[in-house]
Design a protein around this ligand. Structure first.
Ligand SMILES: [Zn+2]
Length: 95
């Protein structure tokens, strides 16, 4: 659905598709610069999060690195399970 928005820069009404990167049809300025900034901030956070994820297999990984990441992920899962079981044990029998 198309809506109209009053451009904050030239004050003319222009079609607005409610996308963060919509631009004014008259002056080509962004209709919602705040929304675009927020979106870019989110994308950047997501990108950094993915890059920092050790267990994510990267395209440039060779076979060994893929194996290391997969084994690492399994160990991580086992460790998490042990921690969880330990906590369950303590909370169930310590009280
Ligand atoms: Zn404008």
């Amino acid at each position: 659905m198309r809506t109209e928005k009053k451009c904050p820069h030239c004050a003319a009404w222009t079609t607005w598709e409610k996308q963060p990167n919509d631009r004014c049809g008259h002056c080509q300025e962004l209709l919602d610069p705040v929304a675009l900034k927020e979106k870019e901030g989110r994308d950047e956070k997501e990108r950094v999060f993915k890059e920092n994820d050790f267990f994510r297999v990267r395209e440039e990984d060779n076979f060994l690195m893929v194996a290391v990441r997969k084994v690492g992920w399994v160990l991580h899962a086992i460790f998490a399970a042990i921690t969880w079981a330990f906590l369950w044990f303590v909370t169930t029998f310590a009280g």
